[in-house]
Design a protein around this ligand. Sequence first.
Ligand code: PGA
Length: 256
Amino acid sequence: MNKSVRSTIIAGNWKMNMTPSAAKAAVAETAALVAGKTGCEVVLCVPFVDIAAAVEAAKGTNVKIGAQNVHFEAKGAFTGEIAADMLLECGVEYVIIGHSERRQYFGETDETVNKRTKAALAAGLKVILCLGEVLGERQSGITEEIVSMQTKLDLAGISAEDMKNVIIAYEPVWAIGTGLTATPEQAEEVCAIIRGVIAKLYDEKVAQATTIQYGGSMNDGNAAELLAKENVDGGLIGGASLVPAKFAKIVDAAQA
Ligand code: PGA
């Protein structure tokens, strides 16, 4: 078994950037640059208010649109939150869940990540589930324990069938937005550890079929060597995804 049994996915995480008009232009520009690049899936995860403009601009192209969070309840008194069926009806296919910025600044825990993931999958969204160690954990030599624990807790109660719609994004927190990228060897090592945990939770077939991305200062200069690694099946890209020309070069790097 090897990479050919799973999809390579290059996803942009725009975070809190771009107004709807800027989003429309950036999606259109990105779509033009990645047209015909069939070697990977291309996703842009945009702020909620940009979804309508982004979906419209992505129509008829090979760019898919994602959101950056979703609530675990279907509806009700949850001021400021967005439910999975709302996203689906707007044309969203993917949703990022458990990004480290949500864990760090908005009280997201493995328990809420798990609940959001279940709700998103039940509604029919594909989930980009983020996990990764902070710097102190890496320095203490407990990266394997941390990512294994997150993988187990975040995927608790999720069926093998549902795993077809789960993408894991391994994002070492110390590499996000810092310009410090994990080395290809570090990314490969941890993505392989996560795949091993999935094999134990499910089986080898599910593990081999699961797309595991790397994220954290991936850019047009370092993408090729990261993506060349056996267990790195794509990228979740923040800063560089805001510049269509840079993002398109990462998509190019994934065509090999
Ligand atoms: P970065 O962000 O590429 O700007 O480091 C990655 C992410 O947070 O998903």
